[in-house]
Design a protein around this ligand. Structure first.
Ligand code: HEC
Ligand code: HEC
Length: 289
């Protein structure tokens, strides 16, 4: 398949292609490079290097697991990084960190500019943890990046890892009434009837939860996370429709605001499930009047 399209490209670029301009259209169609996808393989602790580098790997991992206790000024709520990036960032379909170091820098549509891995980490501090950006040149940030790099060993730069990010579900409309009932049956025992969290699970809404600017505040993102990862002790037991219903209920609940959210997606390409208006979206349609 790949070989055939390469031949097609070469033929399209050759000098005699000019004499038959209509013919190459089909063979040259796959102009986008086929990305390399590698299996998700998290290294074992026995592979942690000795010395200062290994200390940094372990410290970075500890910060992800005890974020609010270690960095209260930056993560004042009740979430920690691994509340969503499960198994210390090793679990497929829960936005794993395996390979994440090989994906940055990249283009970030929400901000409209290229992102370093530090920029991306800080988006989760400011939005998912409803906190503050960590200094990019400090030792806490350095240790987190070192842990991500260790988890990503062997993943080629630019490659995708199986199970990276969250799976894409076919979008469905969520029914908040049915979601409320499902929440009571399936979620409240751990997350609390008021969604504020318990000793065993973090809050889903309210003051100590993620803010409106977080990815988890989007219906599709929340539905995908819940469909594959919740209930925590029975992941995969909900149908897609149930995941959308309970996600619609959870994302409809009050949570902290995010200052400046209207500046997100400055090129007008906000996904349809973003829960707030962005400035660029109306401007874009105004431009075509
Ligand atoms: C409320 C849930 C939540 C919490 C808490 C959270 N994140 Fe995230 N994070 C997400 C979501 C959702 C994404 C985007 C996943 C996707 O669709 O690819 C993401 C993406 C990321 C990415 C980019 C991953 C990639 O594949 O490019 C990094 C890095 C990251 N988070 C780091 C952190 C760190 C560090 C913390 C703690 C300071 C944290 N996150 C806390 C939900 C969360
Ligand atoms: C058996 C207990 C349990 C049940 C039941 C459960 N969860 Fe969770 N949930 C957890 C735990 C524990 C975490 C965080 C994992 C960690 O910190 O290691 C979590 C994390 C989450 C998160 C991301 C972090 C946050 O607080 O926003 C969401 C969203 C979520 N659960 C939604 C749900 C929904 C919706 C249901 C019901 C369909 C549900 N959970 C049922 C235990 C549970």
């Amino acid at each position: 398949m790949l070989a055939a399209s390469l031949i097609g490209c070469r033929r399209a670029g050759s000098s005699d292609a000019a004499s038959a301009p209509a013919a190459p259209a089909a063979p040259v169609a796959p102009t986008k490079a086929v990305g390399l996808v590698v299996p998700l393989r998290a290294p074992n602790d026995s592979e942690i290097p000795s010395g200062a580098l290994g200390t940094s790997v372990r410290r970075g991992r500890a910060l992800l697991a005890a974020t609010r206790d270690s960095l209260p000024a930056f993560a004042p709520g009740k979430l920690r990084c691994v509340s969503c990036h499960l198994d210390e960032g090793r679990r497929a379909n829960a936005s794993p960190f395996v390979g994440v170091y090989a994906r940055y820098p990249n283009y970030n549509a929400r901000s409209g500019h290229p992102y370093t891995i530090q920029d991306r980490i800080n988006d989760c501090f400011r939005r998912s943890l409803n906190g503050r950006a960590l200094p990019a040149d400090g030792s806490d940030m350095r240790d987190m990046v070192v842990y991500f790099a260790w988890l990503s060993h062997g993943v080629p730069v630019g490659a995708a890892v199986e199970g990276q990010g969250l799976p894409k579900l076919t979008p469905l409309a969520g029914d908040t009434a049915s979601g409320r009932a499902l929440f009571g049956e399936q979620c409240a025992r751990c997350h609390g009837a008021d969604g504020a969290g318990t000793a065993v699970a973090p809050p889903l809404w309210g003051r100590a939860s993620f803010n409106i600017g977080a990815g988890m505040s989007r219906l599709r993102t929340a539905a995908a996370f819940i469909r594959y990862n919740m209930p925590f002790d029975r992941p995969g037991s909900l149908t897609d429709q149930q995941a959308f219903d309970v996600a619609a209920f959870v994302t409809s609940r009050p949570r902290p605001d995010f200052a400046g959210k209207e500046n997100d997606w400055p090129n007008g390409d906000a996904p349809p499930d973003v829960a707030y208006r962005t400035r660029a979206a109306p401007r874009k349609s105004a431009g075509s009047q």
